[in-house]
Design a protein around this ligand. Structure first.
Ligand code: GDP
Ligand code: MG
Length: 441
């Protein structure tokens, strides 16, 4: 993943204070690959990378970040900006009912998205939608939308296959008005490829009904192809926004960036499944993280920014030295640890703990196990957490019962904890020579 690759880059540049030609270049090489892997158009990638390079050079590296991470942070910010910065809402001002015309290739998700948006408008905007099946070419298309309309209880125009799509839309508009609906969604036909008769039909519907929004529906799985198609639709119809469907699949969402860069039109919704509720308003920051590798890069950056403040670190060191580090402290650190991913990572943030972290390599716990440990600690009383030496046989049995663990697991946790505390104390130079100095549990 990009995260792993970048970690390699980060390691090499740890401790450098400024972004230089060299370390920026390294980071950007990885970013370029990630963008290409996410199916971002190569020209878009090139322009983008050039921009980030310009922006990065000479920047001071934030204390908590490595140069590589800083580059990724800049990349992320730029990506969010390129994707539109913040969420772009539908603009339904103007005449009532406001029209929303769905356009795009066959199978891209127009019909499904029309139903999803109708449901969303009713639920979130308290609007009264009207649905119009205007795809008379595919046999089941009218049925499909009529069924969806029934599911969400929205009125639908009674189109038949012998009708002309432009007439359907024009007549539906007056029907919708009569029925007191304030938003009307036209579900138009698609083709496997763009062709002139389709474009002609769509522009006639546009002229006749003057929709407030023309949403180009793009299948995220088609990646780069979607960009050229979007461009053609935009040139012909001047689309007002994009719906990116099938983002519940493997698609990394590079299409969102490419389409926005090429057409200048914002993605407004993201489809996340076949069901009508599976749609979200588009959030540029979420997609930016996804494009950069399913969020792992941002997690890395968040990790880097999670630093323990000095007072806390000092208090922790004292506790370690005196072996008064207890389960209460352990739990606090463990919660932090969950965010950081590893005990090693945590210990590196505590001054003087580098060596210990190496020795404790074996103590790294997988996420699931961490959860169990946390459950056991949660089952202790506050007194027990503060004074682990209280933990006798019957208390351990109670904790096991309370946390769904076995007594053996609780024993193991206590043994590990004792050992860890001893190691900490040794490392911190505390305790008395030749004596571990720890109360047994
Ligand atoms: P149209 O030809 O553009 O009207 O496309 P449809 O709305 O009929 O959708 C084509 C197929 O894609 C159908 O099987 C839909 O259920 C499916 N589909 C649409 N949107 C999504 C989505 O966001 N996620 C998933 N997984 N499937 C979708
Ligand atoms: Mg359809």
């Amino acid at each position: 993943s990009l995260g792993e690759r970048l970690e390699g880059v980060f390691k090499r540049f740890r401790g450098q204070g400024k972004l230089t030609e060299e370390n920026v270049g390294e980071g950007l090489r990885e970013v370029r690959l990630a963008l290409l892997e996410a199916d971002v158009n190569f020209k878009v990638v090139k322009d983008f990378v050039d921009r980030v390079r310009e922006k990065s050079l000479g920047q001071e590296v934030m204390k908590s970040l490595t140069p590589g991470q800083q580059v990724v942070k800049i990349v992320h910010e730029e990506l969010v900006g390129l994707l539109g910065g913040s969420t772009t809402e539908l603009d339904l001002r103007g005449k009532t009912p406001a029209g929303i015309m769905m356009v795009g290739l066959q199978g891209s998700g127009k019909t499904t998205s029309a139903g999803k948006i109708a449901l969303w408008l009713r639920r979130e905007k308290k609007m009264k939608p009207y649905l119009v099946p205007a795809d008379v070419y595919r046999p089941a298309a009218i049925d499909q939308l009529t069924k969806l309309a029934g599911q969400i209880g929205v009125p639908v125009y009674p189109s038949t296959p012998d009708m002309n799509p432009v007439d359907i839309c024009a007549d539906a508009l007056s029907r919708a008005r009569e029925e007191g609906c304030n938003v009307i969604l036209y579900d138009t036909a698609g083709r496997l490829h763009i062709d002139e008769p389709l474009m002609e039909e769509l522009s006639r519907i546009k002229d006749k009904c003057a929709p407030a929004e023309i949403l180009f529906v793009a299948d995220a799985m088609t990646g780069q192809d979607a960009v050229n198609v979007a461009k053609s639709f935009d040139e012909r119809l001047d689309i007002s926004g994009v719906v990116l469907t099938k983002m519940d699949g493997d698609a990394r969402g590079g299409a969102a960036l490419s389409i926005k860069s090429v057409t200048g039109k914002a993605v407004k919704f993201v489809g996340l499944g076949e069901a009508l509720s599976e749609m979200e308003v588009f959030h540029p920051d979420r997609i930016a993280s996804r494009i950069l590798g399913m969020g792992d890069v941002m997690t890395l950056i968040e990790k880097a920014q999670t630093t323990i403040d000095e007072d806390e670190a000092k208090a922790l060191q004292d506790k370690m030295r005196e072996a008064s580090f207890n389960f209460e402290d352990f739990r606090v650190q463990m919660r932090r640890l969950k965010k950081l991913g590893s005990l090693e990572g945590l210990l590196k943030l505590i001054p003087g703990m580098g060596k210990l972290s190496q020795q404790l390599g074996g103590l790294n716990m997988p996420e699931k196990e961490l959860g169990r440990v946390e459950a056991m600690i949660d089952s202790m009383t506050r007194d027990e957490r503060r004074r682990p030496e209280l933990l006798n046989k019957s208390r351990k049995a109670r904790i096991a019962k309370g946390s769904g663990a076995t007594v053996a697991e609780v024993e193991q946790l206590c043994a590990n904890f004792t050992q860890m505390r001893a190691m900490m104390q040794n490392m911190m130079g505390g305790g008395k020579k030749g004596k571990k100095g720890l109360p047994a549990m």
